[in-house]
Write a protein that binds this ligand. Structure first.
Ligand code: HEC
Ligand code: HEC
Ligand code: HEC
Ligand code: HEC
Ligand code: HEC
Length: 349
């Protein structure tokens, strides 16, 4: 059986109130800085804003957003395959916020994905745009509320959430990881929205950007006879690596070869979340039993079987997007996409 994202747990309950704005300080609790806000006077009340309007006036932001996974959140094949297997309102509320979550996503909401208004407008207020904090008035023809929430709390609405059953376990936990990291004081947007041509990029390339992924970890490989030692160190990552989807992982593969280049042995080490059977009430459910992703500098050792002839070792570190695991063996996982982050050779001693 395919063990989908939601079905990793016990019987599903219908997720009722997964309000995307829950947990975020309300406008009343964190007033915008007074100098910056431009509350519309009742005389010149701007019209309600739509995505079409934002896109028409902000071509630069629109161009980078167009190629983003946010725009493709309901139409990319990995999501469409997964939601076909688990057709839940829970999934649609987040991936297709413009549709009716209780039915199959309609074409307009599927094409739209996560849009300008999803991130920049608060529910019930289609006239005031959330913007990042900075001093000085705004020349915008619409209301502007400056709030640090845009670059952080808004992200956490979707990048941190529980499984849809009532077990209280996180399906993704990027915001929690971020708070516990050395970069807790740096917002998500500071790292994920670099300046591009005077504007902030809305591309959020992340796992589709092979060179950014490769820069995010360094590998130091060493060998002492039959003993191999690897030191993996995340670089400038503000959370676990990988973060996000629960099936992401890094795989370190080590292959020893004899003098003629014939493979002798292959060993692997996985850095991911491990889900396994746990007794809960009268039932056996699958829960996270270990989190083996990279959080800090991590040392890994392998011992080769002793041999008298010279053995060469080839190694490689891959970043893998996993669709699902049919068994509890990580080597059986169905890999949807993978990027090689580093590789090398350790010559015979
Ligand atoms: C009629 C044109 C128009 C429309 C429609 C429009 N904007 Fe703007 N917006 C502007 C202009 C002009 C500025 C000021 C110059 C700038 O910062 O680019 C601005 C500023 C902004 C800012 C920066 C505010 C600041 O001072 O930091 C954000 C964020 C923003 N708009 C987002 C949006 C979003 C999201 C939408 C749709 C919900 C939208 N805008 C709709 C014209 C428009
Ligand atoms: C995933 C959430 C998200 C989506 C979707 C999104 N934005 Fe933004 N946008 C942000 C954040 C966060 C910032 C502030 C970045 C910073 O300055 O820290 C921002 C900044 C901006 C700015 C001001 C900075 C600049 O580049 O000029 C504009 C204008 C803007 N967005 C327009 C848009 C438009 C138009 C769309 C839709 C095509 C859109 N945004 C979609 C999160 C989002
Ligand atoms: C409405 C929900 C929502 C909001 C708000 C949101 N995201 Fe996302 N984000 C998603 C979804 C869903 C995806 C993945 C789409 C997919 O792969 O199917 C995604 C993808 C991403 C990715 C790419 C991940 C990858 O593997 O390449 C990054 C980076 C990201 N988001 C960062 C942010 C940041 C930073 C913010 C806040 C400024 C933010 N997101 C706000 C839902 C959201
Ligand atoms: C100090 C910088 C930094 C901060 C802060 C940060 N990230 Fe990241 N993030 C990275 C790097 C580096 C990567 C991996 C390389 C890449 O994909 O760009 C990454 C990757 C990701 C990914 C793709 C999955 C993966 O691990 O490859 C997502 C999703 C994401 N970040 C979301 C967030 C969210 C949401 C926040 C805030 C809660 C955040 N990030 C804060 C640097 C940061
Ligand atoms: C609260 C928001 C939220 C809910 C609910 C949610 N997701 Fe996601 N999903 C995300 C975010 C955020 C990402 C991007 C994280 C990343 O790229 O690592 C994502 C990524 C994905 C991906 C891409 C994985 C990859 O490696 O490319 C798939 C597929 C997916 N989700 C399917 C689902 C399905 C199916 C459900 C329902 C069982 C679901 N999601 C429920 C927020 C959500």
């Amino acid at each position: 059986m395919k063990l989908g994202r939601a079905r990793l747990g016990a019987a599903l309950l219908v997720a009722s109130a997964s309000a995307l704005w829950r947990g975020e300080p309300s406008a009343a609790a964190s007033p915008p800085s007074s100098a910056a806000a431009s509350p519309p006077s009742s005389a010149a009340r701007p019209a309600a804003l739509s995505d079409e309007a934002c896109i028409a006036c902000h071509a630069d932001a629109a161009r980078t957003w167009q190629g983003s996974m946010h725009h493709a959140s309901a139409s990319n094949s990995a999501y469409e395959t997964a939601v076909y297997a688990e057709p839940l309102a829970f999934c649609r509320r987040c991936h297709a916020p413009h549709g009716d979550p209780s039915r199959e996503t309609g074409e307009a909401a599927r094409q739209a994905g996560i849009t300008c208004t999803t991130c920049h407008l608060r529910p019930g207020d289609a006239r005031t745009v959330l913007a990042s904090p900075r001093a000085g008035p705004s020349s915008a023809p619409h209301g502007v509320e400056r709030s640090a929430a845009l670059g952080q709390a808004v992200c956490a609405r979707c990048h941190e959430f529980d499984f849809p059953d009532a077990r209280g376990e996180r399906m993704q936990k990027t915001a929690t990881e971020h708070r516990a990291s050395a970069y807790a004081a740096v917002s998500c947007a500071s790292c994920h929205m670099p300046a591009a041509g005077g504007h902030r990029s809305h591309a959020f390339a992340a796992s589709r950007d092979a060179s950014a992924l490769a820069r995010a970890v360094s590998v130091d490989a060493g060998r002492d006879g039959d003993q191999l030692r690897f030191v993996l160190e995340p670089r400038g990552v503000g959370h676990a690596f990988p973060t996000g989807d629960l099936f992401r992982r890094l795989t370190l593969t080590v292959v020893s070869e004899d003098a003629a280049g014939r493979p002798l042995a292959t060993k692997r080490r996985y850095f991911g979340r491990v889900f396994g059977p746990v007794r809960s009430g009268g039932e056996i459910v699958r829960r996270e039993i270990a989190d083996e992703r990279l959080f800090a500098r991590t040392e890994v050792t392998f011992a080769l079987a002793p041999r008298t002839d010279p053995t060469t070792v080839r190694w490689q570190l891959d970043y893998e997007r996993v669709a699902f695991s049919p068994t509890r063996h990580p080597e059986d996982a169905v890999v949807e996409g993978s990027v090689t982050l580093a590789r090398g050779t350790l010559a015979p001693p």
